[in-house]
Design a protein around this ligand. Sequence first.
Ligand SMILES: [Zn+2]
Length: 294
Amino acid sequence: MSKLSIGIDIGGHYIKAALIEEYKFLRRWEEPTSEGRTIEGVTEQLKRIAGELEPPGYTLSVGIGMPGFLDLQREHLVLSPNFPDWKGLPLKTLLEDRLKRKVMIENDANCYALGEQLAGLAKGLKDFVVLTLGTGIGGGIVVDGRLFKGAHGFAGEPGHIALGETELCGCGCYGHLEAISGTDAMERKAGQIGLPEDMKILWARKDEPAIAEIIMPSLQTMAKAIASITHLFDPEMIILGGGFSRAEGLLSILEPMALKYLVPHFRDIFNLKISLLGNDAAMLGAASLADELN
Ligand SMILES: [Zn+2]
């Protein structure tokens, strides 16, 4: 990427954005996602943020990382559990119309993977997987150097791998990984027995038996998913990103758990890492898509 462009990462709680040139973050912006997450509220926000970030006299293209399922052409939002009212919207056209500029949309975790490939741990790698651990669990898969989108554009959704039975997922199904190992799921379980619904507090007190009983089985399930992803894609690296990946000591717990589920010769090549770019990866990946339009 060479030119000035804007990358925006839309989250259920926060919108993060940056003006980027040559992988350098020239300006940053972060604010809570507008109340109710309505399309009107959020598009107004995006328009204002893009205006704030770009230098006077410019109308820059914007790359947007969006949680949820997009169609293969990256024009329609098929489903986003965090933005239920946006289901089926022709998001690209709608945003271009309201923001009065060119827009590229991509799944947020896919943007994260692109960012890692451009300037993170995956630089120079051809086969890797990014898992974003947070409220939900997202994923970006790169195969032979290219983002793997699947036949319909829906590939790379580890959060909906079925490993449970009764846990209700945001997508409406039961037993999906993010309904077991997402921080929302762990916090909800803690709340049910009178513990604080705050992942940071829970993690700091994870040695207490009642809290360990919530967190450890969730991590075991996550480890099963990581082992299965390794078996499916034989990646050079699996990168953990997202807020929960920052939990101190997570890797030293998760790695041995995953190794237990790996076929022996996969254990030697298993390469699980924590993202160094953090949230910057998604903004960078989104901006790189916009860069193609400028
Ligand atoms: Zn699901």
